[in-house]
Write a protein that binds this ligand. Sequence first.
Ligand code: SF4
Ligand code: SF4
Length: 746
Amino acid sequence: MAAWIAPTSKAGVPVAVTPKPTSERTDLYVCTGCGIGEAVDADRLAALGNTELKHPGTVAGPLCIPEGLAALRDGLVGSEADRVVIAACSERVNHDVFSPASLGVNMVGRVNIRELVAWSKPPGEHETQLLAEDYVRMGIQRLLWSRKPDRQERDIETALLVVGGGISGLTAALEAANAGHDVHLVERRAELGGWTARFAQLFPTRPPYRELEPVRIDELIDAVVAHPRITVHTGAEITAVAGEPGGLEVTLDQGGTRTDFSAGAVVMATGWQPDLSVIERLGVGDLPDVVTNVAFEEMARSGALVRPSDGAPVKRVAIVTRPRAGLGPSGNGSGNGADGRATDDDFSFGTNVLDMASLKHALYATEAGARAYVIYEDMVTPGLYESFYRRVSEQPGVYFTNGRVKGIEADGAGGLLVRLGHSLLGEDVGLPVDLVVLAAGMVPSTAGSDVLHLMYLQGPGLPTAKFGFSDSNFICFPYETRRTGIYAAGTVREPMDGAFAAEDATGAALKALQSLELFGSGRSTHPRSGDLSLPATRYQGCTRCGRCSQECPFSAIELDERGFPALNPERCRRCGICMGACPVQVISFEDYSVDQLSATVKAIDFGSDKDIPRIVALACENDAYPAFDLAGINRLGFDAAVRVVPLRCLGSLNVAVVADALSSGIDGMMLMGCKSGDDYQCHFIQGSALAAKRLGNVMETLNRLTIEPERVLPVEIEISEYDRIPEIVGDFVETVRKLGSNPYKF
Ligand code: SF4
Ligand code: SF4
């Protein structure tokens, strides 16, 4: 497979030329469909071509219908245009219809006068018209300051490295091999099969989802071992992974023997390990007849449900789902938070898998002739697993008890007493049993260890989230990790059972193979999938501060021996955060740069009445900009004083753009990004957080310019909050009106 070659200087550093506007022939078309023609004077918009492009634009009917598209194509052929600006609907729709390939031009610029103007402003009003004219001018500048990204191709490695020989790893390996890729499957244990091979029975996977199923992992192992494209390395540890996706160099240690091979991408399927941190407080490890659910599973597999203390058959067993230690994060002994309400902080991982395991264990116990008391606070059996819950609840000998375990102690007669806060009785009760099974938490087996030993500047491990699960955007890209080309499958990314893990592995393997296709054609992987642009450094201006390297969320920038940034193109996700980070603004993309953003903002015309505010919303294209679109689609009007400019990520915003805009007379700026924090929604991990950090620098600049800091408003918003747009915009416009006109507005 082929991949592209990064542009490099003779010093080996990616080079950017100083951005400047194009001289290519650029045409302007104004669509009058979808209510645009009724909302604005399209002739006046088209006439802007005279001043901005040296020739008039064209007013057209609906451009997206076959007749409109045919006329557009004919017009572009007739004028021999290299580029075209289309003032119509949002750039988030009709991608294929208005793509360069569809229109036969090098580049297409989209100007959103439908959602942001016609659908969200009063038709025919003066301010509505001025807004549309600004958007057309801004869109023209945005395109003029863009160059078409150009990449060359070269061969890349298409083999896959799969780490972990459990159900996820085996499935991922088989899927990739069946798709025609060579696979190296690495397992640190001597045998394949993972946890599944150690289980007695599995959850139901077939209708009517009521009965447990036998373990058939051997069939999967046999298929993997026999596959001609799969090389299995058992008893092996990875000691180093170097390079970049498409050509990773992997080194293994297999009992003292070194093995080297190349891989294009990686599926991490390293599985889980029990977490005892909570249940140790309830007696696991101290009382021999208090065991984990893992130990109970192994007892069931061995066929001997007996008490560890004396080997007596188990008659009464308490099975505790997701036990809390009776402490709670407040440490007040109630198991509740400081506000007195129940909290999951004591045991917030495992959830439905542990509940299903408890139900399974209740069946094991009763089928062995014991009584099973399932003690739960809440029970989560998603989807068709509800049928299994019903089946277990109908099983003679199974008793469900709603309450919280407060303690477990020896009863002095060889048995155990479970002290229980009974929810229905509203009082503490004692439950005599001869065995207690406590569900252990599920955390990744990689928690606290590096496994891949990446030879990356930002460290050898995969960045992790809470409890050690691989860090990724939890909503949009479940398989992605923060290292490009490395995908997480199964319980390394969240607790799940074997059936889910197998499906998950299929998804992760397909993502890995898809990434190889993208690397091969020089395109970005998710979320800017297909993007050909790349950040490049004008290294003559680089001060070697290293900030771009530190802030890159994906460890795509190393430093060369002289301290200059050295891009690993295949690791790059094109977020632009390095561009936002650079204090001397020497990083730019072919079609996205500080100069381009500044030129776009400066295209805004202040008009004759300087008291009417002109405000710019720099909006992340992933959530904030779509929220504006959705406000328009839902016909929610918002103030015409605001001009929205899309950003790749709020983290890509260089504070120079803000300072430049405000010192040019823009009355106010809204910096709009995704939610930050533990449950961040930023597609590039920490865009909003980085922007907030950099905002301090803006404030210093504003002070120096004697511009009120209230003229800059950071906003975190998610797409579903589009109905907040009118209020957020309205409040800020009001604030700016009270501040009065920007003193730099001429
Ligand atoms: S910060 Fe983003 S655009 Fe810059 S090198 Fe890293 S991944 Fe690429
Ligand atoms: S952030 Fe620092 S090291 Fe990176 S390009 Fe800019 S000046 Fe150079």
